[in-house]
Design a protein around this ligand. Structure first.
Ligand code: GDP
Length: 457
């Protein structure tokens, strides 16, 4: 472990937002970004690919008197723009989670839901410190909204009845966290955020309690980054592919979050590819232009280098074979072979156990493929083949070779059936299931198997 006593060596912590659908993840991110923009001068937030960087001064402005910026030697917080545990599990870094800390959003009226449980499982497995945002406090009957205020000030303005109704819901969530094996309490009663989960009541709609959330995130990152993270901010860049995208004028590009080191234009890089690692040279590093400057032609601005943590679009030859969720490594000053071996080792960690007979699994990213494999293992469904990518004719042919009838199936997570595979599927004796919620996908498949077995009896 490196001792980070020098402020310059602490990089921006990466924050992810997870939670059940409709509990308010997107709204919360929007509110944080929106209030950062209104907090001040242009440049209060910097635009990145796939992430938003909010500097310390802006955060302390947003948190009002809750934060003293001199208490922190972090540059700010980098929020991953795509919420949800799907993107969270996609975002890996050296076998762990890419995000340093997470916000678990729970609708205060709705409590724990299936995706809340899934998110908790992922956070536990990856050992990611997190805080719970008990969202939508404004929907408490009789609530008297206090826009943008810290939660204590907001609570002081509520009727006794509203406050006690809110408390009842909050304690329900604290109880559910305890059932999940986490000791938790209202955040102002928590002394040590690594031993206890802090619950922050807030509203993404009115912004009340958001200052408190930012305060807890800063406190949590400060401790975590100091004690747990060994970061070489000056070294060769390391990152994770978020998305592979065709970009006019650049060909296939990869949206990448750089979590360590520096990436420079012209660097030789190794990227996890569909068959073998891709070795290529960076032609351009691209960042989005500020919105007001975007005319029709140029969406991006070329930059010479980016340092961790940051989101950037990388343009380079041969990136069409890159996989979302795969590692990206700058080679600089190291033998190429060593870097290739590193990328291969990281990819091997994600490899899925397959059986002689089983279903075909397709997923949009390596992380989601792994999550699918874990969920299928728990459901005791064997896997014949598992791959990243849309459903192609070849997948249907493979599924048809399954021995048991119930295994002649393709489970596609967040992927499409390719146009050239449609007619193939119609004529084949293969059942296709697609969904963008893992547990629903598996539930659909299990229901199908049960019905099939019942029909045979
Ligand atoms: P996501 O699926 O978790 O990203 O949830 P969204 O952010 O899309 O929110 C789902 C719905 O809840 C939307 O209609 C939001 O306007 C609403 N919503 C989110 N946060 C709040 C909140 O704090 N208060 C209220 N009243 N509604 C909210």
């Amino acid at each position: 472990m490196t001792d980070h006593t020098n402020a310059d060596t602490l990089r921006t912590p990466i924050v992810a937002v997870l939670g059940h659908v409709d509990h308010g993840k997107t709204s919360l991110l929007d509110t944080i970004r929106g209030s950062a923009v209104s907090e001040g001068e242009a440049g209060a937030i910097t635009q990145h690919i796939g992430a938003t960087d909010i500097p310390l001064d802006t955060i302390s402005g947003m948190a009002g008197d809750l934060i003293d910026p001199t208490d922190f030697d972090l540059p700010g917080l980098l929020f991953i723009d795509t919420p949800g545990h799907h993107s969270f599990s996609t975002l890996r870094a050296r076998g762990g989670a890419l995000a340093d800390i997470a916000v678990l959003v729970v609708d205060v009226n709705d409590g724990f839901q299936p995706q809340t449980e899934e998110a908790i499982d992922i956070l536990r497995r990856t050992g990611t410190p997190f805080v719970v945002a008990a969202n939508k406090v404004d929907t408490t009957p009789g609530w008297n909204p206090q826009d943008g205020q810290p939660i204590q000030r907001s609570l002081a303005a509520q009727s006794e009845r509203a406050e006690s109704m809110l408390n009842e819901n909050l304690y329900e969530i604290i109880g559910q966290l305890s059932d999940a094996g986490f000791s938790a309490d209202l955040y102002w009663r928590v002394q040590d955020f690594q031993k206890n989960i802090g619950v922050v009541p807030l509203s993404a709609l009115t912004g009340e309690g958001v200052p408190d959330l930012l305060t807890v995130l800063m406190g949590l990152s400060q401790r975590f980054m100091k004690e747990e993270m060994a970061i070489d901010v000056q070294g060769p860049g390391e990152g994770t592919v978020l998305e592979v995208k065709d970009e006019r004028g650049f060909g296939a590009t990869i949206d990448t979050v750089v979590y360590d080191g520096v990436v420079r234009n012209g660097d030789q890089i190794v990227v996890g590819g569909q068959d073998d690692p891709i070795v290529t040279e960076i032609r351009a590093l691209l960042q989005p232009r500020p919105l007001e400057e975007i005319r029709t032609e140029k969406k991006f601005e070329k930059v010479a280098e980016v340092g961790a943590a940051a989101g950037v679009k990388i343009a380079a030859p041969d990136l069409d074979r890159a996989m979302a969720g795969a590692p990206v490594r700058v080679v600089r000053d190291r033998p190429l072979e060593e870097v290739i071996a590193e990328v291969e080792a990281e990819l091997a960690e994600i490899e899925v156990d397959t059986a002689e007979d089983g279903v075909v699994v397709k997923a949009d990213t390596l992380g989601s493929l792994e999550a699918m494999a874990n969920a299928l293992r728990e459901a005791e469904v064997p896997i014949l083949r598992a791959e990243v990518g849309d459903i192609a004719p070849r997948d249907i042919a493979v599924a048809e070779t399954a021995n048991q009838d119930e295994h002649k199936a393709i489970l596609g997570f967040n992927v499409d059936l390719l146009a050239n595979a449609e007619s193939e599927l119609e004529s084949a004796d293969v059942k296709l299931f697609t969904n963008d919620v893992i547990y629903q996908l598996i539930e659909d498949y299990e229901t199908y198997v049960e019905e099939k077995q019942r029909a045979q009896q």
